[in-house]
Design a protein around this ligand. Structure first.
Ligand code: AMP
Ligand code: GLY
Length: 421
């Protein structure tokens, strides 16, 4: 039986652990650092997700067969390079390949060179030049800080004053701590969706499409968050759109990264938009999306250990990755105040429910079914069914079974899908 280490401790990692738990080959799962929900299926170890030396020492000591990396911080810290240098099997991209996410400019250069559809752009290190460029173009203007900025690196400026403030932050005030480069790109319109694939060099194995909900409140209002809910089975993306995205975005980018000498080996996440002139890339991530993973991985029918192991070692998969045709939908429960400041330590009591709960930020109390809130996003209630209506109904029934006085959620997850009918 195989021993697996999963790096990370959010809802995404809970869904990864849950999928591995279903593999008949997997005997023991460790998760660093994990969370109170993950602890039901894995042994949690108190190591930070970017502490490469401690993770490597732990994996060697426990003779781990395969390590799976969740967060970008671990990838950007070079965890994959360090493990491979010691002959340890690990699922995730090298530091060089992770630039497809960690540097907006690198991603844009790859897309331009290999003709991957995306918004036109220009990059700047000079505040004065950036401001002059933005002033001469139509608003809104899209300003992206070139580096990992924990989801805060993108500003959609509605007018010159907003653009000026953002450019000062990004290029003059060193608020990001930083290399000081900004990508300015054209503003695109249309529904956004997420297309994740397992990628091993030029080989691409697509996952089901999903859609995230980034704004905090109903009607897509309020501040941007890490994601307030997600679902699969997008009625507004045709099979033709999907095939175009697979061929022209994901397969092309995988081949480009091979040609550039930094092949992908892990998950490539295409954050895409269906614009009036076709599907275009908004961003790439070099990892599973969160909360998309919590709705996508419950649908995998293949043994996920096989998939992870094949990608990690460059082995050919014996067959296609098989997915259920069911639909999943998930609603995030977040602490009141999130994504701003919020309290921790509120008690959560979980009653019987029809869905599946993935923990994002919780602490154990020692009592079965009782937890404490320990993060901004606390839990995600996911349901799986043959229709979106049933999945929605069961996801919200699961939300109703979570009793806590300090949580809020969106009540309109998947509204895009219902409005398109
Ligand atoms: P990102 O971090 O690149 O995903 O950007 C965050 C959000 O900003 C995206 O989910 C989009 O809603 C929005 N966004 C980013 N780039 C563009 C663009 N070129 N046009 C319109 N909206 C964008
Ligand atoms: N759901 C967006 C992300 O994972 O970046």
């Amino acid at each position: 039986m195989k021993k697996v280490l999963v790096i990370g401790g959010g809802g995404r990692e809970h869904a990864i652990v849950d999928a591995l738990y279903r593999s008949p080959q997997v005997g023991k799962i460790y998760c660093a650092p994990g969370n109170a929900g993950i602890a039901r299926q894995a042994e949690c170890v108190a190591i930070k997700d970017n502490d490469v030396a401690a993770l490597l020492a732990f994996a060697k000591e426990k003779e781990i067969d395969l390590t799976v990396v969740g967060p970008e911080a671990a990838l950007a810290a070079g965890v994959v390079d360090a493990f491979r240098a010691e002959g340890m099997k690990i699922f995730g991209h090298s530091k060089a390949a992770t630039r497809i996410e960690s540097s907006k400019e690198f991603a844009k250069q790859i897309m331009e060179k290999y003709d991957v559809p995306t918004a036109a752009y220009k990059s700047f290190t000079s505040y004065e030049e950036a401001l002059a460029y933005v002033s001469a173009r139509p608003f809104p203007a899209v300003l992206k800080y070139d580096g990992l900025a924990a989801g805060k690196g993108v500003v959609i400026a509605e007018d010159l004053a907003q653009a000026d403030e953002a450019l000062r932050d990004m290029l003059l005030d060193s608020a990001f701590g930083h290399e000081g480069k900004v990508v300015v790109e054209d503003f695109l319109t249309g529904p956004e969706f997420s297309f994740m694939c397992f990628v091993d060099g030029a080989k691409v194995y697509p996952m089901p499409l999903s859609q995230d909900h980034k704004r905090a409140f109903d009607g897509d209002k309020g501040p941007n968050t890490g994601g307030m809910g997600a679902y699969t089975g997008l009625p507004f993306i045709t099979e033709e759109d999907r095939e175009f995205a697979l061929r022209e975005v994901l397969e092309k980018t995988a081949a480009a990264m091979v040609a550039e000498g930094c092949p992908l080996s892990g998950v490539l996440y295409g954050g895409l938009m269906k614009t009036p002139s076709g599907v275009k890339v908004i961003e790439f991530n070099a990892r599973f999306g969160d909360p998309e993973t919590e709705v996508v991985l419950p649908l995998i029918d293949s043994d996920i250990y096989d998939v992870f192991e094949a990608v990690a070692t460059g082995r050919e998969l014996s067959g296609p990755v098989v997915w259920s045709n069911d639909i999943t939908m998930g609603v995030v429960l977040a602490s009141k105040g999130y994504p701003g400041s919020y309290e921790k330590g509120h008690e959560i009591c979980i009653l019987e429910h029809p869905g599946r709960i993935f923990h994002m930020g919780t602490k154990a109390t020692g009592e079965e079914g009782k937890y404490l809130t320990a993060g901004g996003r606390v839990m995600m209630c996911v349901a799986r069914a043959s229709s979106l209506e049933e999945a929605r109904s069961n996801a919200y029934a699961t939300v109703a079974a979570v009793k806590c006085s300090n949580l809020f959620h969106r009540s309109d997850i998947a509204h895009w899908a219902f409005e398109q009918r």
